[in-house]
Write a protein that binds this ligand. Sequence first.
Ligand SMILES: CCCCCCCCCCCCCCCC(=O)SCCNC(=O)CCNC(=O)[C@H](O)C(C)(C)COP(=O)(O)OP(=O)(O)OC[C@H]1O[C@@H](n2cnc3c(N)ncnc32)[C@H](O)[C@@H]1OP(=O)(O)O
Ligand SMILES: Cc1cc2nc3c(=O)[nH]c(=O)nc-3n(C[C@H](O)[C@H](O)[C@H](O)COP(=O)(O)OP(=O)(O)OC[C@H]3O[C@@H](n4cnc5c(N)ncnc54)[C@H](O)[C@@H]3O)c2cc1C
Length: 673
Amino acid sequence: MGNLNKEIRDGDHPDITEERLKSTFDTHKMAAQIYNSQRAADRRNEITSAVLKIPELQDIKPLPFLSREEKVEEAARKIGILSEHLYDLVNVNDGAELYHLNNVVIGGEGNPLALHGVMFIPVLQAQATDEQKKKWLYRAMKREIIGTYAQTEMGHGSNLRKLETTATYDKATEEFVLNSPTTTSMKWWPGNLGKSTNYAVVVATLIINEKDYGPHSFMVQLRDENTHKPLPNIEVGDIGPKMAYNATDNGFLKLNHLRIPRTNMLMKHVKVEKDGTYIKPPHAKMSYSAMVHVRAHMNNTMAYFLASSLTIAVRYSSIRRQGHINPKEPEVKVLEYQTQQHRLFPHIARAYAFSFAGAETVRLYEKVKKDMESGETELMADLHALTSGLKSVVTYLTMQGIEQARQSCGGHGYSMASYISEIYGIAIGGCTYEGENMVMLLQLARYLMKAAKAVKEGKKVEGLVGYLSAPDNRHSLIDRTPEKSYDTYLKTFEHIARQQIFRAFDKLEKMLTSGLPHSEAWNKCSVELTRASRLHTRLFIAQAFARRVHDVVDFHIKEALDDLLHLHLNYELLDVASYALEDGHLCGEQMNFIRSELYRSLGKIRPNAVSYVDAWELSDMELRSVLGRRDGHVYENLYKWAQNSSLNRTDVLPVFEKYLKPLMMSARKNSKL
Ligand SMILES: CCCCCCCCCCCCCCCC(=O)SCCNC(=O)CCNC(=O)[C@H](O)C(C)(C)COP(=O)(O)OP(=O)(O)OC[C@H]1O[C@@H](n2cnc3c(N)ncnc32)[C@H](O)[C@@H]1OP(=O)(O)O
Ligand SMILES: Cc1cc2nc3c(=O)[nH]c(=O)nc-3n(C[C@H](O)[C@H](O)[C@H](O)COP(=O)(O)OP(=O)(O)OC[C@H]3O[C@@H](n4cnc5c(N)ncnc54)[C@H](O)[C@@H]3O)c2cc1C
């Protein structure tokens, strides 16, 4: 049968092996929960093993030692080699396999095809006519052309309806004239636009006969397919270094009265006829599909980033010994400290929770995508609400968790040898891209306010907001019933979300009744509204976690997930408990119970801590972290890693002769005077 933890190998650091031997569950079976099937978990490992056998796909040196130019070149080099091996390594129609391959070979800092796969192809799939697909999509899938999604401008990202780039229809020539009239109208940020891509789907404000029809998508060729030189009337370049994600050439684009054929507007759902007649899409926001696509997948990406940092932090905490709990005994692993456990374990639970919530979201997304093919749009609002809330809450909590992981590694966490700072930099981009978090919380709030209104009018609401119509207990039943089901917790989360949604609703209504215009009242209520959105979303995450645990059949896996869920519910509830204390739904005694359950949970999780992170099955190659090494041999490798520093190439740097020596000489001379 072998060890339950599948990461055990001879020669590993004994402290980490000791942890793995304590596992109560099979880590590979747990991976099947995380990646949604045993087959998917197997495939990840197969892909990793195959990649390890191809020497050209290994990092030339640790990525933190590369300059920006070297990072861009290294990612492109690997993309080139990957293209040769792609069909042997993965099923190219399986997004999860492609994503894993990317993480192992290239990592999260980006590559020339990042936006091509994440947005360019999806936008063509969703919005191009069959004829347009023949022209661009199939070439894009074969990588004959490389594209991106160019929407955000220097002056506008959140407010799409005010994009300044115009696409004015010229009936006489049956062309659109694309123009960036101001500095602020330049496209600014699109990934890979700077240097890599030769095509882009450009989002511009459609103007026909001087009438503004709002944002629409247009296919634009940016560069010559052979020379890669920008085409006439196009200025394009890189926007410079960023906090992280620097292997990606986020770019700018200025279009100077560029003419493109009418048929370059993506017209699957919306049309502009030759004579300029505009034919509306079945749903006004169908053209936003590429954004919804990314938002729907971001939960899993964030879960992955969070799990990566926690794998590093928990493994390191199991070999790092410092201080004593019992002064008579040797120094303890820092993982023994309750503060360290409290710092890390709730985030492990969140990583699992985000992955389970992510799986449900992707299922809904796939359904809506299929519906849209046939013009059916009924569930689009639900999906938009769900993805808007999740994208915001999950990215924000991921940011918190990664930073805790970094701090939990002490000084070495701050070194790029931990790689946590890079993961952090990449992950927090998610708080901004695909819709700034506050803006997206306010989108969900619109949906919640509509539901609240319906309930107030005596109507029954269903689905994601069904709990607003359901009966509520005045007092939480936590610690008040003999039965220990999670329902009492979930009901308390429901109560908290419901109260806040109606609190925001009542405040808004009061202001509207007092005569304030809707937009002003909305702004004055917006902090309350975002709170409602967060609580609603955190309820959904907890529910998704509970649903998954409920469905698991394997006893040991269920038990281990149950422990994590218990920790999650108690930790999350403490985090938002003030809302329930305010109206007496929870009392001080129940708070004590929740706190003691939380501490009990930490103790229960402790023996499996390393196994919970090992179950993500993140290889050393993809983690790129000295602290997170599978074998636990951190210290000797930290020393080896530092040898890569270019500052160590000589004992004496030229700066000594140039600046430091004169400085010290002159100081010595002065002190002799
Ligand atoms: C395998 C893949 C892995 C992927 C994972 C990897 C990630 C790792 C790489 C990442 C790489 C970085 C990639 C970044 C790429 C960018 O960042 S691309 C640029 C993204 N930009 C944004 O997200 C902009 C955010 N802004 C917006 O989306 C829109 O302006 C807003 C905020 C939704 C507002 O739109 P609007 O047209 O002004 O609409 P608004 O008047 O607010 O609302 C009207 C109605 O439309 C509804 N509505 C709005 N949007 C929608 C919608 N989409 N659907 C349905 N209804 C909608 C509203 O709910 C509202 O409904 P009612 O309340 O009236 O019933
Ligand atoms: C790493 C990265 C990659 C990106 N990749 C791409 C890409 O490939 N293609 C692309 O087109 N774009 C891309 N972007 C751009 C990104 O989508 C936008 O930056 C994002 O949508 C936020 O818009 P903004 O910059 O206009 O923020 P702003 O809207 O200017 O935000 C500034 C502040 O204003 C607040 N605010 C704005 N509007 C409101 C409102 N209505 N109510 C309340 N508060 C408000 C925000 O909450 C925020 O606090 C990328 C960005 C990053 C960081």
